[in-house]
Design a binder for this molecule. Structure first.
Ligand code: CMP
Length: 139
């Protein structure tokens, strides 16, 4: 089925001026960028977004990193978009990511891993709703 997934191009990407390079990989994979904006995430937004990781030892570092520079938030559309984008991103740990994936090409570390993508339809819906109004998504 045609799905929407939520994507973030993280501060390590904006800082190195790689947003176009990552978007080219997204589009080459057949995913369509149907909403996109560059924002500076507030601490409150980052804490809400990563709420499920609140008890993890890396939570503080994660919030610091996500608010350290602009990010690009996106909605991607395509057949099986949620799983497809996870394939395009590659493994969370860039050392384990397959060749040709965003994280293999660009990620700096487990934390500065260039991209976020939703892990399931329910989370995709929630994550999209945190950052986009329905009329900002133009398929
Ligand atoms: P993401 O897919 O956005 O979801 C949770 C994020 O936490 C993950 O990508 C990484 O940026 C970060 N993360 C996961 N594991 C670690 C870790 N061991 N150390 C630091 N950051 C991590």
């Amino acid at each position: 089925a045609v799905e929407h997934t939520f994507s973030i191009l993280k501060p390590d990407v904006t800082r190195r001026n790689l947003t176009g390079a990552v978007n080219a990989m997204i589009e080459k994979a057949g995913l369509r960028i149907v909403a996109q904006k560059r924002i500076k995430m507030s601490r409150a937004q980052a804490e809400e977004f990563y709420g499920v990781h609140k008890e993890r030892p890396f939570f503080g570092e994660l919030v610091e990193m996500m608010t350290s520079a602009p990010v690009v938030v996106q909605v991607l559309e395509g057949e099986n978009a949620i799983l497809k984008y996870r394939d395009v991103m590659g493994a969370t740990n860039p050392e384990k990511a397959d060749a040709g994936t965003i994280r293999k090409e660009f990620a700096l570390s487990m934390g500065e891993n260039s991209a976020h993508g939703s892990d399931a339809p329910e989370t995709a819906k929630q994550e999209i709703a945190q950052f986009f109004k329905p009329d900002e998504i133009v398929g």
